[in-house]
Structure formats: C-alpha cells, structure tokens
Design a protein around this ligand. Sequence first.
Ligand code: NAP
Ligand code: GDD
Length: 329
Amino acid sequence: MAKKRALVTGLTGQDGSYLAEFLLEQGYEVFGLVRRSSTVNFERISHIQDKIHILSGDLLDQNSLISAVAEAEPDEVYNLAAQSFVPASWGQPVLTGEATALGVMRMLEAVRRVRLDTKFYQASSSEMFGKVRETPQSEATPFHPRSPYGVAKVYGHWITVNYRESYDLFAVSGILFNHESPRRGLEFVTRKVTDGAARIKLGLADELRLGNLDARRDWGFAGDHVRAMWMMLQRDEPQDYVIGTGATHSVRELVELAFGCLDLDWQKFVVQDERFLRPAEVDLLVADPSKAKSELGWEPTVHFENLIRMMVEADMKALGSKLSEQRSS
Ligand code: NAP
Ligand code: GDD
C-alpha cells in the first residue's frame, strides 16, 4: 500500500519537529514547509532531516504555498506555522495578522485549489479564550482574545470552520492549550525559567527577570499534544477539539518547582521586571478536554511536575556539555 503523505508547515518549530517525528513513526512520507533564512535553523529536526522532504515556502506568499501543496500532494496538511510569541504580536501586529491570520486562509486556498480531498489541521490556540467567559474552557466557550496574536488565531479558527462549511473540506481546528518541551523556544516562560534556573545553578547567571507571576496556564507536553492533532484527522467527520491536561498552575508555582528541582531558593534569584508585563493579560487558562477524551481516546501522558523536571534536566545537560566543551577548547 502507498505511504500516506503529510505536509507540515512550521516544521522547524517545536511542534513541527515532534509532529514530523510522530508521522515518520506512523509510516508517513513527510513533507515540511520551511521559509528561507540566511542561516539554516534545523536544530530541532537535524536528527530526522534526511527522512523529510523539505519544501521552500512562506505563509505570506500564496504562490509558494500552492506549489508546496501541488508538489507534496498530501493526504493531510498540518498548518503549524505562525508568528507564535504573544508579546511580539503587539510589536508586530501587522506581520502577526499576515502570518497567523491570513496565512491560514492562504494555506486553505492552496489546498482548495490543488485538491479537495486533503484533510486540513489548523493549529488554533487557547489564547482565543483570553479573558475567559467560563472555567474550564471547552469547545463551547466563547472567545475573548487579549492580544493581536489571539485575535489572529480567532480569524484562523473561523476561516477553517468557514472553508469546511463552504467547500465541504475536511478541515479541523485543534484548540490547544500551552504545551512545552526541552525544544520550547527560550522566550516562552517555561523554557525561560528552566534554562534560567540551570544557568544560575551552573554559575552562568545570578538572576532571572520575569513578568507576571500570578498568570495561570494549563501546561502539557508537546509530544502528547501533536498526537492529538493526528487523531483529529483520523476521524470520519471533521470536528474541532480542545486539547489540554485539565490542570492549571501559576507562573510562581512553575518557578518554585523548577528552582526546587535544583535545590535553589527561587526567591533569592527571581526579579520581577515590568518590561515583561503585557498590555493585556490572559489570567487563567484551564482546559475541559472531555470531548477529546471520549471521542478521540486522547489523554496526556506527561503531567506538570514531570514536564518541568524533564525540561530542567535537559537544560542542565545541554548547558553542562557546552561548559565542558568551552573548558576543554
Ligand atoms: P514555534 O516553535 O514558534 O514555531 C513556529 C513555526 O512557524 C516555525 O517553524 C517558524 O519558522 C514558522 N513560521 C513563522 N512564520 C512563518 C512564515 N511566515 N512562513 C512560514 N513559516 C513560518 O511554535 P510552536 O510552539 O511549534 O507552535 C506551533 C503552532 O501551534 C503555532 O501556530 C502556534 O501558534 C500554535 N500553538 C502553539 C501552542 C503551544 O503552546 N506551543 C499552543 C496553541 C497553539 P522559523 O523557524 O523560520 O521561525
Ligand atoms: N514569555 C514570558 N516571559 N512570559 C512570562 C514571563 C516572562 O518573562 N513572566 C511571566 N510570564 C507569563 C505571561 O505573562 C503569560 O501569562 C504566561 O507567563 C505564559 O507566557 P508564554 O510562555 O509566553 O505563553 P503564552 O501563554 O503567552 O502563549 C503560548 O501559549 C499559547 C496557548 O495558550 C504560546 O505558545 C502561544 O503561541 C500559544 O497559542
């Protein structure tokens, strides 16, 4: 039987790398969309790079997306690419709208123009719930986004629903709560904290500057969440799902846990810095993942404490080997 073909946008990102790994394990032929940059940034996919067909394209460029879909002829498209860092969306709201909102429509157009029987996954976000109208948040909770990023994701969600209803496309929107891993970008709070704690432990830094310690998030493991994306596309009917662990923790609890893993008293090192406060905050996110559990059979395998421990250990190892390389050179 011919291998199933998948096209993943955002291949070089955290989720793209985990999803590509997962699809290869499932026996897929994997195509990944990568935008041109002056230096190659394949750090997260270097171990699987030879097994993936890399295609050049940009969410801002419609023709490149049509070409990528035409070349890959995918059974499944996973649209993970986006400007995904919330604070950057206030600094670059137009770019965020172009990539995170209109980019979704361009990918849907590419799929519609090239072939109609491709299944489409859109990486939607719990940021859409923003100033939450109810707790926990489910597929039925109304949106109230609090950042240009969140607003752009609401467009991405509704254009996905609209293409499903307009063109009978198998298009789903996965509303994913925060998910983290040792591959998380260094600017996101979990990785900033685990990397920061490891640096302090190793004598490479003496403080960590953070913003709002009271914000609460439903933090899961990226490896678990990408599996849910795939599960959504294996259903007979396209439907949208909320994916999260159902537990919420504050940034303060995160800091206490990460520093505690290294026997450090966080209060001696963490400095609150208003530069990291946001013009409008999302105070509390926590998922009601019951629909995903009952219909997809999806459940998280890694919970908050183990996730943070895994990230602290990975940062200690990575920084430790860099240090010994420097010392021996
Ligand atoms: P990430 O690590 O920031 O990766 C984003 C990816 O998008 C990168 O590969 C980036 O390429 C690519 N990209 C950005 N702009 C592009 C453009 N104009 N054209 C083509 N590619 C572009 O994000 P992530 O954490 O993996 O998240 C994946 C998706 O899920 C994103 O859409 C994000 O908004 C959404 N999401 C994430 C979470 C989460 O907690 N991680 C939760 C809900 C939803 P470069 O490497 O070249 O920058
Ligand atoms: N980044 C960051 N840096 N966040 C901080 C800091 C800091 O120094 N100090 C406190 N925080 C708080 C933020 O104010 C926010 O309330 C929370 O930590 C989480 O911030 P991020 O890790 O940057 O993630 P996010 O929740 O804004 O967005 C992530 O999750 C979304 C899903 O809910 C991103 O991955 C988005 O792309 C994703 O859609």
